[in-house]
Design a protein around this ligand. Structure first.
Ligand code: SAH
Length: 207
């Protein structure tokens, strides 16, 4: 997987090493195991999907922004099956990952048990509110896309920190998602809009 990602242009060594270490087949249904190493998103139940490895690597690389060592604290919104959270746990000192669907939160816990990752904290709740107790974060990464970046995320980002999230532009059914990077600098926020992406919707509340 790391070789394929490198060929796609991912160059951050820590990201490539993390992607080569975390076994994606352990996070998908047994019926889908033979597709686990293809660059495609796959269903994980409750109408949600595990992101494409190419997108996980791309976002992780953006989040790291060329840092030499691990990032400090990172918040992930949308634990899903826990795959990206496991990857992030190798890229940051502490990872807080929050999921709004109880079924997936429990499933991620189950999937991650074999890895016994000490620096990964799985939370059940509405990630639109962020997770104040872990703030400020060096990085915030969202695996679900809303129409705007919630103010709570911006507030909980450290100065010098970076947020990477899919955001929908336009309106109604024609709304298109793009990857957005927001840097919180001492001079204020700097936003960059990157390529089109397809993520499940960011929803409020828990279920
Ligand atoms: N990173 C995941 C991708 C899961 S898909 C993986 O590696 O598998 C995105 C997830 O975001 C879904 O599980 C969805 O339930 C969750 N989600 C959507 N809105 C949310 C919110 N407000 N708070 C927390 N999780 C949310």
């Amino acid at each position: 997987m790391a070789q394929k990602l490198a060929a796609q242009g991912v160059s951050d060594r820590l990201v490539l090493s993390a992607m080569g270490t975390i076994e994606r087949h352990r996070f998908v249904d047994s019926a889908l195991i033979n597709q686990a190493y293809e660059d495609t998103s796959l269903p994980i139940g409750l109408n949600q999907t595990i992101s494409k490895p190419g997108v996980v690597a791309r976002m992780a690389e953006l989040l790291r922004n060329g840092a030499s060592g691990r990032l400090g604290r990172v918040l992930e919104i949308g634990t899903g099956c826990g795959y990206q959270a496991a990857v992030l746990s190798l890229l940051a000192n502490e990872v807080y990952s929050i999921e709004r669907l109880r079924g997936l939160h429990d499933r991620a816990r189950e999937n991650l048990r074999h890895l016994a990752i000490g620096n990964l904290h799985l939370l059940f709740g509405d990630g639109m509110l962020g997770f104040e107790k872990g703030a400020p974060y060096a990085g915030i990464i969202a695996a679900a896309g809303g129409e705007a970046v919630p103010q709570a995320w911006i507030d909980q980002l450290a100065v010098g920190g970076r947020l990477v999230a899919p955001v929908s532009g336009g309106s109604g059914t024609a709304a298109k998602q793009a990857l957005v990077v927001i840097d919180k600098t001492p001079q204020g926020l700097r936003q960059t809009v990157l390529e089109a992406v397809h993520f499940v919707p960011l929803k409020s509340g828990i279920a």
